[in-house]
Design a protein around this ligand. Structure first.
Ligand SMILES: Nc1ncnc2c1ncn2[C@@H]1O[C@H](COP(=O)(O)OP(=O)(O)OP(=O)(O)O)[C@@H](O)[C@H]1O
Ligand SMILES: [Mg+2]
Length: 511
């Protein structure tokens, strides 16, 4: 009909947005390629028909009215986006949000309306992922803060309980109760550890980890936590590569998936653990935040359990979302796992159907090259002693006293201070050498880190041990090289502190 010349036609056909033109009888006279893609309708099918089939039934009346009003107006161009997002309808019956702009023009004395539509469902999805990430960040910070204070209290409890046991004669009836209290305290410490991981306040050390070894290593333990009526199938592809992960964190992720699967199969079933290499392509990654196309190691845990309704499925990554009875689940498992996996640029995909079971796939970036050394086993054995002078700085009096007592018992001379300024005064007034500083990181006023830097200006050989609920990572962030100091994370065992102190002093002396 000579509506447009060839160049214009080409431009329209290659546009990213759907472009539809209707004539004054509201029949479609132009339907570009993007419109075909967006609505799933071939142009040949759309031409000559009305616009109704592209919008959900409930909006047809109001849309038609708006179009007529617009055509009758003197305005030539308007963004319907100003009216909010409108709903589109695909040929397969699914609805999607779109932004629209509309314009009208005369051709051979007849009014035509051009509608330009943009499918924004993908953008919406990304926005909601971003929102979720921000929410996690806030809850994480909150949880981290609470866990930090909680750790201080737990530590005091542990140490007083240990003291109390020591004073009771062997076989005393109260020993059993104290042991129970310590066991309950350990569960509380475990919860704070989970909170700290969740808030990413524990220092992970991602490296090349053999997924095969992690699965094989956990297998005996998995068999123990899983009831006999659940069959376990492990399928590790022989060529499965190394994944970018922190071994401890990966174990935690796998453990939670397995326990979730177990809980979903109260009447028995089959639990499958699979690992294999898989590439994620551009198409797959487009709708995901922070995931780039490339080689991944996929670790999947599949069960034949109760499955999830779409409502539950939509919330499983929410922190504290759980359908388990109080005491059985905290709802942090998957939220934490997602944090961990995203932390290394990975991705978790979940498919589930009520009654048909669930499959959770964890994708971790594949790294070729050596396997990172496993974390150094905690050195057990004799607790080292010493006779050096140690300055202990901690604002929490019970912890300060307990640390001081442990150090004195181990032979050290102890100086005490409640904050950084106080510590500078105490150190300045001390006539002899101060060999080591044991300090909290977070202190009222001057931080433990500032204090360490300040003291080191006149004492270059000062050994430093930081005590904190936060990890070495945050120390690094604040400008201290973690290789020059030692670090204990609360709640810590006094023996651990003593070992680290000894190591710190010996290392400084060797220099
Ligand atoms: N394999 C599964 N089958 C069915 N539902 C599941 C499965 N995995 C997770 N869910 C659902 O997701 C919820 C959240 O799981 P998540 O691991 O985050 O927390 P939790 O297991 O309830 O508690 P936690 O892991 O902290 O002990 C579960 O309570 C359950 O409703
Ligand atoms: Mg769980």
């Amino acid at each position: 009909m000579g509506l447009l010349d060839a160049h214009c036609r080409e431009l329209i056909e290659s546009a990213m947005d759907a472009i539809i033109v209707v004539d004054d009888a509201h029949r479609v006279v132009l339907f570009n390629r993007s419109a075909e893609r967006t609505f799933g309708v071939p142009a040949a099918d759309a031409l000559g028909g009305g616009l109704d089939r592209f919008m959900p039934e409930r909006y047809r009346g109001s849309h038609a009215g708006q179009m007529r009003a617009f055509a009758a107006s003197r305005v030539t161009r308007r963004s319907m986006g100003m009216l909010g997002t409108i709903a589109g309808l695909r040929a397969d019956g699914s609805e999607f949000p779109m932004e629209a702009s509309i314009s009208h023009f005369e051709v051979e004395g007849r009014t035509h309306l051009a509608v330009i539509l943009r499918d924004i469902s993908e953008r919406r999805r990304l926005e909601s992922q971003l929102l979720q990430a921000q929410k996690m960040e806030v809850v994480g910070r909150l949880a981290g803060g609470i866990a930090h204070d909680f750790n201080n209290m737990l530590m005091a409890m542990f140490n007083f309980l240990a003291l109390a046991t020591r004073e009771l004669p062997e076989g005393h009836a109260a020993r059993g109760s104290i042991a129970q209290a310590i066991a309950a305290g350990e569960r509380a410490a475990d919860l704070t550890r989970r909170l700290l991981t969740f808030s990413r306040k524990r220092a992970p050390a991602p490296g090349a980890v053999s997924v095969r070894e992690v699965v094989r290593g956990l297998e005996p333990m998995l068999r123990r936590v899983i009831a006999e009526d659940v069959r376990i199938r492990v399928a590790l592809s022989p060529d499965v590569g190394n994944a970018l992960a922190d071994t401890g964190q990966l174990e935690q992720v796998l453990m939670n998936l397995v326990i979730n699967a177990r809980d979903a199969m109260p009447g028995g079933g089959t639990l499958t653990i699979e690992a294999r290499n898989q590439a994620l392509d551009e198409d797959y990654c487009r709708t995901l935040v922070g995931v780039s196309p490339g080689e991944y190691v996929m670790l999947a845990v599949t069960d034949t359990g109760v499955g999830m309704t779409p409502e539950v499925r939509a919330q499983i990554f929410e922190p504290f979302f759980t359908t388990k009875e109080p005491g059985k689940g905290t709802g942090l498992g998957l939220a934490t796992s997602l944090g961990i996996v995203r932390g290394v640029g990975g991705h978790i995909a979940v498919s589930s159907e009520p009654g048909a079971g669930t499959s959770v796939k964890v994708f971790l970036p594949r790294v070729d090259g050596g396997v990172a050394a496993r974390g150094v086993a905690r050195d057990a054995g004799v607790v080292p002693h010493g006779s050096e002078t140690v300055l202990v700085v901690e604002d929490e009096p019970t912890i300060r006293e307990q640390v001081a007592q442990a150090l004195r018992e181990a032979g050290y001379r102890v100086l005490l201070a409640g904050d950084g300024v106080d510590a500078l005064v105490v150190a300045g007034a001390h006539a002899g050498e101060v060999h080591a500083l044991v300090t909290a990181v977070v202190l009222p006023g001057m931080s433990g880190i500032r204090l360490a830097q300040e003291l080191a200006t006149t004492r270059p050989r000062l050994a430093v041990v930081f005590m904190s609920g936060y990890p070495a990572e945050s120390i690094e962030a604040r400008g201290i090289d973690p290789s020059t100091c030692e670090f204990v994370s609360k709640p810590f065992a006094m023996d651990d502190l003593l070992r680290r102190l000894r190591a710190a002093i010996d290392r400084r002396r060797a220099k």
